[in-house]
Design a protein around this ligand. Structure first.
Ligand SMILES: Nc1ncnc2c1ncn2[C@@H]1O[C@H](COP(=O)(O)OP(=O)(O)OP(=O)(O)O)[C@@H](O)[C@H]1O
Length: 736
């Protein structure tokens, strides 16, 4: 059973547990961070940092009334208790424990006295390297993450286990309960304490019990004034305390042979170095917290120094524990290799995962740590290993929602609400950013907009974007394709008609698009294909902002923003007499030119990701990942059908490819041909090929240097004299 559990739905995916877990034993799935038991060392850091209390530790509190009712119950009190119960005298705490129901209180200092001789004996016989094994989180860390160091762990029980064995020997029928600041002791109990320990309570849990019995509720727990000038004897629950107990006179080791290590970052770095043979020390006194007085469940408002002081103060007046001579205890223990190997991704797999969150170049890797991992690469590895979700990336999510943010900002300005299913301009190119800027500008007024650009380039997307940004957004956006309908039909579609207006006219008539778009926007698509007579009628409507239904006499007001779009060059059509100049000027108040995709290819990877995710959502399958080489093929192609063509390809690949990663060999030949033609070269005599290349490079150097021969020669790293000779040889004198 895991010591730490996640309470579903309390987790708000802030990733602070991921960030603070020293061994990356947190898995994020569907936005919930849970503990991975095989990797967890029960250090309790995730419990400590979770502001939502979504991490819960296993508790034995409910077992205690049963223990108390059943007979003898021994409390084993961790030596750090004076730093947590600083507001009580030790005897007061012991008395309260007895009032609660404990029949005996044994301090774990007993276990220290018991284990120190066994430790010393081991150290004398193993002088090369020994790692202290008192801290259960460190034992867990070495067993699970540094298995090569297992042979160096001192195979002697911890002070808690030793005192539990002692208590069991003295009170064979009793229930034995350890009380301390440590969560990992709960794990130690199940792994090493079977049969000797019955429960582990934390100081925090004990305080809860005491409070619920009304013992300490009224006590002042504010920080006490610290008296000064005491002499400070060494003690165990402090960092380095073990060493001072084991070797007070320096008879076992020289000072430089001992490494005292504490705190999760230092421990991790140290163990890595030790594993890599970079450390010279012979005895390692190591604790995952900064001393046990820093344990996750200390529940003490005192700073570390003040906690230390409380320990020293108690140590000065505490008498040595009276231990029965030679208790028959076996304090030996064995450690096991619990290393759970996770598969490592290859370099190209890491790159593919990075690309998914728009990290195409090293500069794109911000290493901001918002996902809980120190670097984007570490996070990519975690994604590969199933520990992290691919979109746990704040900069990526911000980028994704760029369009939405602009809308929100605009909405905030206009105090308007948000519409679902809005479509945005995807892309980060300068061209795309400019389009967004223009859309925001256009949305702030009602002027007519003319959007020109090649087919499939996003004219309608832009028109919708403007509409949704504008304060007409709560009214309809109506589009009509002016090229798709014959003239008379187009007229009745736009203006509507009255009953009996023409043969086949519907009973009761029909409203036209101008009416339907009331309060909203109307997109006149393919306006360049509108017949001239229809253009005249439209012009009247735009000028007078009024119209009548076909066959009607009643005048209606035009209350719609007009957006026109075309893939034809309207100015040329005006010259050719195919489009009315006056209508052109009426429409062309705000003029937008959508760039063809070949002119903003840097948006391709973003569009690919967007369409792949859109497809994944629509099909309820994971989105496909497009390999770097595949994106490379997309970048080489000129996309005559623009974004629509790209979207169609992505859609087709989603349906036709079973693999998760789309590779170039999945692509249709017209996309791979170009890539191939770049890498395969025409075979010809080498000398000739070299000369060709030389000539090309010289011509280019001249061009980029503005025909400055000296600069061009320098760029190519060629002596000037040789450069002149080459100019002559290749007939480039006149251009130089
Ligand atoms: N910047 C973009 N972001 C997201 N999707 C886009 C973008 N540009 C185009 N698309 C998508 O490409 C397809 C074609 O876009 P759209 O219909 O707006 O092009 P168009 O220029 O109006 O084409 P046509 O001239 O043929 O009417 C649509 O499916 C649209 O969703």
């Amino acid at each position: 059973m895991p010591v730490v559990k996640t309470i579903a739905d309390k987790c708000k995916a802030c990733y602070s547990c991921v960030r603070n877990c020293p061994v990356k034993a947190i898995k994020v799935e569907l936005g919930q961070a849970t503990v991975v038991e095989e990797r967890c060392i029960s250090c309790g850091n995730c419990v400590r940092v979770c502001s939502q209390n979504a991490k819960q530790i296993v508790s034995y509190v409910e077992d205690l009334p049963r223990f108390f009712a059943g007979g003898e119950t021994v409390a084993l009190l961790a030596p750090s208790f004076p730093a947590s119960f600083y507001y009580l005298e030790a005897e007061e705490l012991f008395a309260d424990l007895k009032s609660l129901g404990f029949t005996q209180v044994i301090e774990v200092t007993h276990g220290i006295e018991l284990t120190v001789p066994a430790y010393r004996e081991f150290l004398v016989n193993n002088p090369d390297l020994a790692i202290s094994s008192y801290c259960p989180a460190i034992v867990g860390m070495i067993e699970r993450h540094f298995p090569t160091l297992i042979p160096f762990l001192v195979p002697v029980d911890s002070a808690v286990l030793a005192s539990a064995k002692y208590a069991r020997w003295k009170f064979p029928q009793a229930k034995i309960v350890f009380i301390g600041p440590c969560i990992a002791k709960k794990e130690e109990m199940t792994e090493f304490g079977q049969g000797v320990l019955d429960a582990v309570l934390t100081f925090k849990e004990l305080k809860g019990m005491l409070d619920s019995h009304g013992f300490h509720r009224e006590l002042d727990r504010s920080v006490p004034q610290r008296p000064r000038g005491e002499s400070l004897p060494p003690l165990f629950p402090l960092s380095g305390g073990l060493t001072r107990n084991l070797d007070p006179d320096g008879t076992l080791y020289r000072e430089e042979d001992i490494a005292i290590v504490d705190g999760k970052e230092d421990c991790l770095e140290f163990l890595h170095n030790l594993q890599d043979g970079l450390v010279q020390a012979r005895f390692i006194d190591i604790l995952l917290c900064r001393g046990c007085i820093d344990g996750p469940e200390m529940d003490s408002p005192l700073d570390l120094f003040s906690r230390k002081y409380q320990i020293f103060k108690y140590a000065q007046r505490k008498k040595r524990d009276e231990i029965e001579p030679n208790p028959p205890l076996n304090l030996h223990r064995e450690f096991a290799d619990k290393h759970h190997v996770l598969k490592e991704p290859s370099e190209s797999e890491i790159k593919e995962i990075l690309r998914y969150t728009n990290k195409f170049k090293p500069e794109d890797e911000l290493n901001c740590g918002s996902c809980g991992y120190d670097s984007c690469r570490e996070k990519a590895v975690a994604v590969y290993q199933g520990l992290a979700e691919i979109d746990m990336c704040l900069p990526y999510l911000i980028e994704q929602s760029h369009g939405e943010i602009e809308i929100y900002k605009e909405r905030l300005r206009l105090k308007q609400t948000y519409h679902e299913n809005e479509q945005f301009l995807i892309g980060i190119s300068a061209a795309n950013l400019e389009l967004r800027r223009l859309a925001v500008k256009a949305s702030r007024n009602d002027a007519n907009v003319l959007i020109q650009g090649e087919s499939g380039g996003g004219k309608e997307v832009f028109a919708q974007f403007v509409h949704r940004l504008s304060n007409r957004r709560d009214h309809p956006f109506i589009g009509i394709n002016c090229a798709a309908l014959p003239e008379n039909l187009l007229e009745s579609e736009l203006f509507g008609y009255e009953e009996g207006a023409f043969t086949g006219a519907k009973k009761g008539g029909k409203p036209g698009k101008f009416e339907l778009a009331k309060g909203g926007s109307i997109l006149l698509d393919e306006i360049g294909d509108m017949p001239l007579t229809m253009q005249a009628k439209l012009l009247r409507v735009l000028q007078e902002r009024e119209f009548e239904r076909v066959g009607g006499t009643h005048t209606l007001r035009l209350d719609a923003r007009i957006i026109a779009a075309t893939n034809r060059e309207l100015r040329r059509l005006v010259h050719e007499g195919k489009f009315r100049a006056d209508l052109f000027y009426r429409l062309n108040v705000i003029s937008i030119t959508m760039p063809p995709l070949r002119d903003h290819k840097e948006d391709i990877p973003h569009l690919v990701n967007h369409f792949s995710q859109k497809m994944g959502l629509a099909r309820k399958v994971p989105p496909k990942i497009f390999s770097e080489d595949t994106i490379g093929c997309f970048m080489q192609y000129d996309w005559p059908g623009n974004v629509r063509e790209l979207e169609n390809i992505i859609e087709r690949l989603h349906y036709t490819v079973d693999e998760n990663v789309i590779q170039p060999y999945h692509l249709p030949p017209f996309l791979t041909k170009l890539a191939k033609s770049d890498s395969s070269v025409e075979l010809k005599p080498l000398k000739e090929a070299v000369q060709e290349l030389e000539k090309k490079m010289i011509a280019q150097a001249l061009k980029t240097s503005g025909n400055n021969r000296a600069a061009a020669a320098q760029t190519l790293g060629m002596p000037r004299a040789t450069f002149y000779l080459k100019l002559k040889e290749y007939g480039l004198m006149e251009s130089g």
